[in-house]
Design a protein around this ligand. Structure first.
Ligand code: TRP
Length: 337
């Protein structure tokens, strides 16, 4: 009997913690077991992480959000014209849903708005507010990971075409291969319509450095929240103060790299597994790639999209691209009998 009781209690803890160790747990364990240690940035965005990201967007140093918003405001009419009448708008990484309002205000009777985001809380909150503020607009939120192939529901019957919106230079958080894949899937998903993408541009490294190393330490808190999330969800015991936020720009690779660097030798546990961090050892948490206007257009073209107008701010710090996805050629127009 005693043995049996021991066995049961030995088995019990992992069984209880397994469901919580779902995708985030598996990815973090994989990251911690490999060298270099590196995890996908999508895991930043739990509720606390999403709130910290909103705070980043309001920082002085973080020019991206306000620059993109000013571009959208200034060119809303032309963008709305390209999107067209009664379009269905699918927004990736919709977040709090504040930017889409600029477009919704300019659009001619949008048929449906489909915000896609990982955070159900974000989606729910944003969808409620939009339904309230835009009577008659159909809002159909979709909790999904857009770094994977996406299944959309049937077309809204009254919609003329489907258009994608991908703002915030989130495309820069994907690797070149992932971005190419994403754009290729968008070309198929939005055939006959197009994709509107916000892309941060290559610039003075000092400006970039400031944007990812703000004086208040909000970006540092955002970065460390990944460890906090592991503590909350995965029974982990990271000492957040034992990891330093380290973000730097690589001009040759045209990207910011963001790391959490161990301040000392330490041992941590995640889902009952033990890991040692040497002093100076890092967990690579994110890349933020910067493009030139021409470099991004070339990438879009290789993925099967047709680059259209591009709008930038006067300093050329940020760009918004319209990428058309031409309709499938009809047999007649392609010359087949
Ligand atoms: N898409 C945002 C960006 O690349 C995400 C982000 C915000 C971020 N803060 C960050 C990425 C800090 C890396 C480091 O700017």
């Amino acid at each position: 009997m005693r043995n049996l009781a021991l066995e049961v209690s030995d088995i019990d803890p992992p069984a209880r913690s397994m469901p919580a160790c779902a995708e985030f747990g598996e990815s973090l364990l994989l990251a911690l077991r490999s060298r270099p240690r590196r995890i996908a940035p999508k895991f930043f965005y739990d509720e606390a992480g999403s709130a910290l990201f909103e705070a980043i967007c309001a920082l002085d140093e973080y020019y991206l959000t306000r620059t993109e918003v000013s571009i959208l405001r200034q060119h809303a009419a032309q963008i709305a014209h390209l999107i067209g009448l009664r379009a269905e708008i699918v927004e990736f990484g919709a977040g709090s849903g504040s930017k889409i309002r600029i477009l919704l205000d300019a659009l001619a009777r949008p048929a449906r708005y489909v915000p896609v985001d990982l955070s159900v809380a974000h989606l729910d909150h944003a969808a409620r507010a939009l339904v309230h503020d835009y009577p008659g607009l159909e809002v159909a939120p979709l909790a999904a990971d857009f770094t994977r192939p996406l299944v959309l529901t049937t077309h809204q019957p009254a919609a003329n075409r489907r258009v994608g919106v991908f703002l915030g230079s989130t495309i820069g958080n994907l690797s070149l291969e992932e971005a190419h894949e994403f754009l290729g899937r968008a070309a198929v998903l939005f055939r006959g319509g197009g994709l509107l993408v916000g892309v941060d541009l290559v610039k003075d490294p000092a400006v970039l450095h400031r944007a990812y190393n703000d004086a208040q330490g909000t970006t540092a808190a955002f970065n460390r929240n990944l460890l906090g999330r592991a503590n909350r969800e995965l029974d982990a015991d990271f000492d957040l103060a034992g990891f330093r936020h380290y973000a730097f720009y690589e001009p040759l690779a045209q990207r910011i790299q963001m790391h959490l660097v161990s301040a000392r030798q330490q041992t941590v546990h995640v889902c009952q597994e033990e890991f040692v961090f040497q002093e100076g050892e890092s967990l690579h948490t994110e890349n933020s790639r910067k493009y030139t206007v021409d470099g991004f257009r070339a990438l879009a073209r290789r993925a099967g999209l047709t680059p259209g107008p591009v709008w930038c701010d006067p300093k050329q710090w940020f760009s918004v691209h319209w990428l058309a996805s031409p309709p499938r050629p009809t047999p007649a127009s392609s010359g087949a009998r």
